[in-house]
Design a protein around this ligand. Structure first.
Ligand SMILES: [Cu+2]
Length: 160
């Protein structure tokens, strides 16, 4: 009985941090995507966050939509404090400043994969199509990082 308990603790602890070195770059027009990644999901988990840095060498542009064969829908989200509660909000676009960059990261702007069709496993890549108002479409292959990399964040405790 005691050994059973130990085994399950070990299994839980074997979820390791990895994947930080997996980086993916894609470009279209003046737009360049760097360090795109998402995270592994638990069976039954319906949502996951997508993160990246979007660089823009041209005039002001907007990320207007995203889609992926791995998810029923990909939304543009922002996480922000409302009073003292962290909340997520769906955005209709994400502005990319002229000659600047915008970062999608845990706790801030992010892509939200909704209705994930099969659990995302560490080591996989998820193809995502981003659509910009001016630069057009950019296809990014997002590496799936291990669950728990960079702390709690999305999915687990956070409810939509
Ligand atoms: Cu979200």
């Amino acid at each position: 009985m005691k050994s059973n308990l130990l085994i399950s603790i070990c299994t839980a602890m074997s979820i390791t941090i990895s994947g930080a070195a997996l980086a993916q770059t894609a470009a279209a027009g003046a737009i360049k995507i760097e360090n795109a990644y998402t995270r592994a999901t638990m069976p039954g988990q319906q949502v996951a966050g997508g993160f990246m840095k979007i660089e823009n060498k041209g005039a002001t542009d907007q990320l207007v939509s995203a889609s992926s064969p791995a998810a029923g829908e990909v939304q543009l989200h922002e996480m922000a404090m409302e009073g003292n509660v962290m909340k997520m909000r769906q955005l209709k676009d994400i502005a990319v400043p002229a000659g600047g960059a915008v970062e999608l990261k845990p706790g801030g702007l992010h892509l939200m994969f909704m209705n994930i069709k099969a659990p995302l496993a560490a080591g996989q890549t998820v193809p995502v199509k981003l659509k910009f108002a001016k630069a057009g479409e950019v296809e990014v292959k997002m590496p799936v990082n291990a669950m728990g990399a960079q702390g709690a964040g999305h999915g687990g405790a956070m409810k939509h």
